[in-house]
Structures are given as C-alpha cells and as structure tokens.
Design a protein around this ligand. Structure first.
Ligand code: BES
Ligand code: ZN
Length: 456
C-alpha cells in the first residue's frame, strides 16, 4: 500500500486539475436545457473510467438519464465491491449568489468551489483516483469492482429501482460502497449507518376560474392562498408532531444506546443555531437536534406560490395556489403507506370551497445498516489510515433512494463513507469540497479496497 499512497501524494495537483474538468460539465438533471450536458457528463465519466483501467465500460440508456457502468473483475476469489454514485447535480439558482461561476471550479483557501464538488462528482472522482493509483502501481485491484454511476439521483432516481431489479446479475456483489454523504464535522471522519426516506408532493388549489378583484369579490369566495396556509398549518401540532393520522405507527424508536452514543458527539446546539443565523431552534419536543434530523420523521414545506408577488400592491384574489411539500421518513416507515395517509389527511383538512389536486413527485425508502458488519469495520480501519482518526458513526437526515433498494433487491449491505462537510453548501450557492478531505478520501478509498480484500 505504501507505494500506492506515495503515488496519490505525488499526483495530488493533477487530480485537482482533472476534477476541475469533471466539474465543468453542467450536468443538472432537473433542467431540460441541460440534457445534453448530462449526457456529456455520462460520456466523460465513461471515458475517464476507461483511462484509469476499468473494463466493460458502458453508457447504458434508461427511460431517463444514462447510467454509466464499468468493472474490473480480475481478482477471482476476492470480494466484489459495487461502487454507487451520481454524476448529476442540482440546479445553481440563485446564480448571482455564487462568488465564482458554478461550472468553473475555483480553488480558494484549500476548498474547491463548484456545483457538484461535494455532491457528488468530487466524491465519485475520489474513487476513480483511488482505482487509478492501484492500477498504476500494481497493475491490478485487490478486489473485484463494479462502478455504477447514475444521472438522476437529484431528481429522485426515478428509473433506478427498476434497473436494479432487471440487472441483478450485472450488479451482483458482496458490498456496496457509497461516498455521497458528509463527515460529522471538520476533522471528524464518519461512517453513516442510516438515511431518511422521502415522500414528496405538490399541492394545487383552485378557488375560481380566474383571479378576481378583491374589492368586488372579497368576502364571498374562498381565497386559495389563505386556504393553503390553513391546510399547511394543520400539518404539525404545537409540540412539532406531524398530525397525519397513523404517521408515527411504524417509526422505529431510537434506542437508549443510540441516543447515548449521539450525546457523545461534538454537537453544540448553540453554535449550530448561530451558524444558521436562526433566531431560535424548533422541532419535535423531547428530542435533541441530532435526534430530530437523523432519527425522527418530519414534514416540511419546500415551496409556496400564489397571488401577486411583484413590487407594490395589487388588490386581487388569486385563482390558484400551489405548495411543494415533503416528508422525511425513518425506518420502518413505508413511503407508499405514508403517501396514502398524507392524501387522506389533506383531503380531510381542505375545505370544500376549493378544488384540490395532489401530485406525488419523487421519494425513497429510509435505510439503516446492520452495525455489526465486517465491511463497516473494514471501512473504519481504512478511514483511520486515510485520516489518522477513528471515524464516528452517524445517521443522516438526507436520502439516497437506491440504498434501500440495494438491500432489498441485491441482498447486500452498503457502506457509506462520505467526506463532505455539513457546511459545504450542497444544493446551495457556493458548493465546495475541502481538498484535504478529497485527498484523504482518495487514500482512505485505496485502503478500503485493500481492507475489503483482506476479509477473505
Ligand atoms: N447526497 C445527498 C444525500 C445526502 C444528503 C446524504 C446529506 C447525506 C447527507 C443526495 O444527493 C441528495 O440530496 N438526495 C436527495 C434525494 C431526493 C432528491 C430523492 C435528498 O436527500 O433530498
Ligand atoms: Zn448526492
């Protein structure tokens, strides 16, 4: 391993230059105008995987964005790692808040700024480079590896579950490795053992056939903006509990051991509040901040639209209103069941004065790893070697829909070892990745393959 690590040190600057090229492709999956860029990014990933010595490289069409597959299966008898990541990124708006252009990666004070730097192209690239280092120094990998990189994660992996079900043979492996999460904090490398699930809806209300003069009609018809506010206000009670009947029925309660472990993590709720510039924190009573975001389900309003929002006044009753809302789920909540309960509840609390339309958008199942896994221990050792510190165990509030699918369809565990940081602005302006963590992540990944090989 020594010469592999030496190689990674020597190549450090070139790796960053190459990462810049990857980050320059605006692979925004949510926007139709970037469809060609998304494809270009798939092709770039494929070409790069060929360059580092992977074989059977394929850009596979789906009803949506292409999947990129590549493998190296030259280690008979050794375990097989399925590496999963995504090459698509979130939109950049509001673009004027970026300090440097989102698709011209710029290094400032040891951080590389660009959309996708942390989520997830930078972390995928880390594994490309770990593979390269093994191949260049040894001409082989210590394990068999399959790379499975998708282009629709940020829009809910709509075609991925079906793909996994249809291609079990191609994806067969012993363990999934994913780097699409964050470390607990700077200098605190982490292994993530749980993700929340997601159910996402658009709510549309219509009151009348068109906007109305609020003086002429005000008082006689429903106001869809106000009705929407009423409906949304019915979603949680004063103690922060979601009021949808049956919502908590399948929630796996946090164990006393888990709560005790989380209390040991270096979490300062005051500093957290300050960092967010929030006047006061809130949430389900009886739970700490970490418990609220990692271990409890929640309901959020993601967007609202209605009426006149331009400059100055306009006396109008809007004809329509719209909200985007979502629920984060924890084990063992089922997205389909929660979706059904949500629809029933919204129908019940929406008055008959408006027309209601509910549209289910994307989502995914929650996931939790079996703690007592040799792969998790292998990752622990690899991270220790890459970062010089034993990792802490975290859960995350975010979702990666396919992780539960891997468990259910392929019957294999996932190891989530992410090197992002919570303040790296994923999904926001000025997304960045700490280059020290990128570098440490390459070394840890290179060790991880070896540690997994050593398990046989
Ligand atoms: N990388 C994130 C998921 C994540 C976020 C993991 C924070 C750990 C910590 C991923 O790219 C993401 O943003 N997923 C979406 C999924 C959704 C579009 C179905 C999410 O969580 O909103
Ligand atoms: Zn991601």
């Amino acid at each position: 391993m020594e010469k592999i690590v030496d190689y990674i040190h020597v190549q450090r600057d070139r790796y960053v230059e190459e990462l810049k090229q990857y980050l320059a492709i605006p692979s925004v999956s949510a926007l139709p105008e970037h469809q060609a860029d998304v494809r270009k990014c798939a092709e770039w990933s494929a070409a790069h995987m060929r360059e580092i010595g992977l074989q059977n490289v394929k850009v596979i069409e789906t009803p949506g964005n292409p999947i990129v597959y590549a493998d190296w299966l030259g280690a008979p008898g050794a375990p097989t790692i399925l590496f999963y990541g995504h090459y698509d990124v979130q939109p950049v708006d509001p673009v004027e808040l970026w300090e440097s252009p989102p698709f011209e990666a710029t290094v400032r004070e040891g951080e590389i700024y660009a959309r996708g730097a942390a989520d997830d192209k930078g972390q995928v690239f880390m594994h490309f480079k770990a593979v390269e280092a093994h191949m260049k120094q040894n001409g082989r990998l210590p394990v068999n590896m399959k790379f499975f990189i998708e282009g629709e994660e940020e829009v809910g992996s709509l075609h991925l579950d079906q793909f996994v079900r249809d291609n079990k043979q191609m994806l067969a492996a012993d363990v999934v490795v994913i780097s699409d999460s964050a470390m607990f904090a700077r200098g605190v490398p982490s292994i993530c053992y749980g993700l929340r699930g997601l159910v996402y809806y658009q709510i549309d209300l219509r009151g009348t056939k068109s906007d109305l003069h609020s003086g002429v009609f005000g008082g006689a018809v429903a106001n869809p903006a106000a009705v929407l506010a009423h409906v949304l206000a019915q979603m949680k009670d004063k103690s922060g509990k979601v009021k949808i009947a049956g919502f908590y029925d399948d929630v796996r309660e946090l164990t006393p051991e888990e709560r005790a472990e989380w209390k040991k993590l270096p979490m300062d709720e005051k500093a957290y509040r300050k960092e967010l510039a929030a006047p006061k924190l809130t949430g389900e009573s009886g739970y700490t901040v970490l418990e609220r975001v990692w271990g409890r389900p929640t309901f959020e309003v993601n967007g609202l639209l209605s009426g006149f929002t331009g400059e100055g006044p306009k006396t109008v009753i809007p004809a329509v209103s719209m909200a985007k809302v979502s629920m984060r789920l924890v084990p063992n909540q089922n997205p389909d069941k929660i979706a059904h309960l949500f629809e029933e509840y919204v129908k019940k609390v929406t008055p008959g004065t408006v027309e209601l339309k509910l549209t289910r958008l994307h989502g995914g199942k929650p996931w939790m790893a079996d703690f007592d896994s040799p792969y998790i221990r292998a990752a622990g050792r690899a991270i220790e070697k890459g970062f010089g510190k034993t990792p802490v165990f975290t859960r995350e509030g975010g979702s990666i829909p396919v992780v539960a699918t891997f468990q259910e369809e392929l019957g294999i565990p996932s190891v989530l070892f992410g090197v992002g940081l919570p303040d790296e602005n994923a999904h926001a302006p000025n997304e960045k990745l700490d280059l020290g963590n990128f570098h440490g992540g390459i070394i840890a990944s290179a060790y991880l393959y070896q540690e997994i090989a050593n398990l046989t």
